[in-house]
Design a protein around this ligand. Structure first.
Ligand code: HEC
Length: 105
């Protein structure tokens, strides 16, 4: 019986280390999409991505929440294209996570 509790604790502590690592992976995936796949960087400034394009709003300044980014990336807005169908749901979520965290929300 004691042994079981011991293993439970081990699993609990291992999870504490793995969970943040997992969200970093999503951040990295989102950054790659921002720069290379969806090339958001061709229109938007974002310090973390090293981009300073001026076509769309400066993301460092508007600091959008994740849900706001997800909505525009899916549906497009003004001259910004919709990415639904071009990016998977997971990729849309990753790039939105990245933008909201990198712009400091
Ligand atoms: C072709 C240029 C272009 C590309 C590529 C582009 N955007 Fe945009 N984006 C714009 C423009 C222009 C606006 C402002 C549209 C308006 O308000 O009429 C905008 C608006 C936004 C907004 C603010 C929306 C709001 O709520 O006001 C966010 C967030 C955003 N873009 C994120 C992204 C992300 C993330 C990507 C990549 C997946 C991306 N954009 C790709 C041009 C672009």
């Amino acid at each position: 019986m004691k042994k079981n509790i011991f293993f439970f604790k081990i699993i609990f502590f291992v999870n504490l280390f793995l969970l943040p690592a997992k969200s970093d992976d999503i951040f990295d995936l989102g950054k790659d999409i921002f720069l290379n796949k969806a090339v958001c960087s061709s229109c938007h400034s974002l310090d973390d991505a090293g981009s300073n394009a001026q076509i769309g709003p400066n993301l460092n300044e508007i600091r959008p929440e994740k849900m706001r980014v997800m909505t525009v990336v899916k549906n497009g807005i003004g001259v910004m294209p919709a990415y639904e169908g071009q990016l998977t749901d997971k990729e849309i979520e990753a790039v939105s996570h990245y933008v909201s965290v990198a712009s400091n929300n």
